[in-house]
Design a protein around this ligand. Sequence first.
Ligand code: TXA
Ligand code: MG
Length: 319
Amino acid sequence: MKTNVLPAHATGALDTAARCLRGGGLAALPTETVYGLAADATNGEAVARVFEAKGRPSFNPLIAHVCDLDMAGTIARFEKAAERLAERFWPGPLTLVLDSAAGSSVHPLVRAGLPTVAVRMPRGPVADVARRLGRPIAAPSANRSGRVSATSAAHVADGLSGRIDLILDGGPCELGLESTILKPVGDRLVLLRPGALTAEEIEDATGLALSMPEDGIQAPGQMQSHYAPHARLRLNAQFAEPGEHFIAFGPVDPSSTRNAASLSKLSETSDLREAASRLFEVLAALDDPAIERIAVAPVPMAGLGIAINDRLARAAAPR
Ligand code: TXA
Ligand code: MG
């Protein structure tokens, strides 16, 4: 794949980026903090491509970037404290983790199946592109997994050239440090990630002291129980035993599902992107106290399959 690089201020650059995302493509876009690797947050396969391009071995939830408070209100529930923070600090380097709104258009893969969503209104072209797209933009930092966040277009190209469609070069990022992530919990503000907006600024503006997360909340992508359905999962299953709910990957051999209580398909064509985009919906649909046993067909341990298997292994972990 050829990666186009355009100056962010070039005529039509924002339209080009919006068109790229609308078509399911990936564009690295500058923000005031770091460059984001942007995809249409409502398009599961585009979001799966983000994990693929970054080479992430697991599905960490992504931040949904919005252009205004109206768009934010369609994807997250804002209580008083969150509303005040958004009004005071947006657009800016603050991300709020809030309950996902009913009917949100954000694809479940963005939230990695969590009931909450991380929302932020950044300064710079991401908000302009989201406005043109008319949808929120999912964007992790635009670096390969395990590397530091990219703060210049050259740094983005170093890691991602040939793996994404477009880079908008907006010069070096103003702040060069990721956004601060806060989760309002009752009348407390939990600091999930220190970042460009300081604790003092937040405390001054709200009169609330920040609290530190309890064990396990820091790394939401790593929380096992969060992703575990009620049922026991049997992985790498070639067929369903009587009463098992079967999750298939690839073409379904009818004899393998003869005894299945139900059949869900991650991808009939063995497409890992499609499987990634279906995974959390399928697990959520089977997360029912009445369902006790699930068998999952083998998913190849390559590319996105590594993150899919990581998630399945967590869901299957004894607890
Ligand atoms: O400045 C930034 O925040 C940049 C720019 C591009 O906006 N983005 C960024 O994204 O740093 P990323 O994916 O590298 O980091 C997002 C963090 C992850 O640590 C993720 O676990 C956390 O946000 N996160 C996302 N959704 C969450 C949720 N529902 N609950 C808790 N943490 C969440
Ligand atoms: Mg990152």
